[in-house]
Write a protein that binds this ligand. Structure first.
Ligand SMILES: Cc1cc2nc3c(=O)[nH]c(=O)nc-3n(C[C@H](O)[C@H](O)[C@H](O)COP(=O)(O)OP(=O)(O)OC[C@H]3O[C@@H](n4cnc5c(N)ncnc54)[C@H](O)[C@@H]3O)c2cc1C
Length: 289
């Protein structure tokens, strides 16, 4: 099926893109188009105006800024993030995650911003970005606002982004401990995924704090709070028994949708297995950054 007719614009600044979307009732940003065009062709999304953001300079930049934060432009494709030297050096788990998203065609044109803004629960990057406590920089008609990755996805296919807000940058502090990611999938997209990020002092083998997120089970990534509490302040050698003790409570607290990816008990079990595999990798890395 072909999409309904629409106008197409390619502005060269963020401000022009935001204005152009705001000028129509149903304008939408167009990035890689991998989700959008499919949905328009299936006529589940209708728009009279597409605003192509590919011509805006700087939106596909990756850099470590003066504050030691890593900044990823929302227009970066999965392929670009996978091969970027800054990401490879400081967050190799994100590089590997992006190298394994979808298929080669989607990775080449699909962007991290489009992935987040579509709000699909069965996705890889949102889980890791929540574990990294990433901040999402949104540009709208009244200025810029920052939303934490944990708060960005509201429910399935719905985010807190207003239609005329453009996601420009995703930023997070350079990790000070191991960052790990595991997923299970039997179709195109992940059925369950788990990301973990430890914060350690320089040369230390004690965990100051840990962030653990489980994705694809509910509408958005969820914290494994009991596990995070159990990991805080313990030595790397104590990790495995601490996780095993906290896991039943942590898994019980998760909101789990039953769908074609499996039932609730099965998905909770998978989340536990994936978490222990994350932990093994982090321990094997010596708990070092
Ligand atoms: C076959 C297939 C397999 C896939 N498998 C996986 C998988 O295994 N794991 C996974 O995580 N994902 C998977 N995906 C999803 C894929 O990662 C996304 O399709 C892609 O990242 C979307 O990016 P895009 O630039 O193409 O977005 P688009 O399709 O251009 O846009 C998607 C939505 O986001 C909005 N948008 C885009 N960019 C911005 C912006 N900067 N600011 C504001 N709004 C914006 C658009 O208006 C639209 O609503 C798969 C997709 C396909 C088609």
């Amino acid at each position: 099926m072909l999409p309904s007719p629409f106008e197409f614009e390619r502005p060269s600044t963020i401000a022009d893109a935001v204005n152009a979307v705001g000028e129509s009732d149903d304008g939408m940003f167009y990035s890689g188009g991998t989700e959008l065009l499919l949905a328009m062709k299936m006529r589940v999304i209708h728009t009279g105006r597409l605003i192509d953001i590919k011509g805006i300079p700087g939106l596909d930049r990756i850099a470590l800024n003066d504050a030691n934060d890593i900044e990823i432009g929302a227009r970066c494709t999965h392929k670009k993030i996978a091969s970027d030297p800054v990401i490879r050096e400081h967050v190799p788990a994100l590089s590997s995650l992006c190298a394994n998203v979808a298929n080669v065609r989607v990775r080449s044109v699909g962007t991290i911003g489009g992935n987040l803004c579509f709000g699909e629960p069965h996705a890889d990057p949102p889980t890791m970005l929540a574990a990294l406590d990433a901040r999402l920089v949104l540009n709208g008609p009244s200025g810029t606002r920052i939303v934490h990755a944990d708060d960005f996805i509201r429910s399935e296919l719905e985010t807190v982004r207003e239609p005329d807000e453009l996601l420009a940058v995703i930023a997070f502090s350079r990790p000070t401990g191991p960052v790990t990611y595991r997923r299970f999938k039997h179709g195109e997209r992940p059925s369950v995924n788990v990301a973990m990020a430890w914060s350690l002092g320089v040369g230390e083998r004690t965990i100051k704090s840990a962030r653990v997120r489980v994705g694809a089970l509910g509408s958005r990534p969820q914290p494994l709070k009991a596990v995070e509490d159990a990991l805080q302040g313990i030595s790397v050698a104590e990790v495995r028994p601490a996780i095993e003790a906290a896991l039943p409570t942590a898994l019980d607290e998760l909101e789990v949708n039953e769908d074609r990816h499996g039932g609730a008990d099965y998905k909770r079990h998978l989340a536990g297995v994936l978490l222990l595999r994350n932990a093994e990798e982090a321990i094997a890395a010596g708990g070092s950054a």
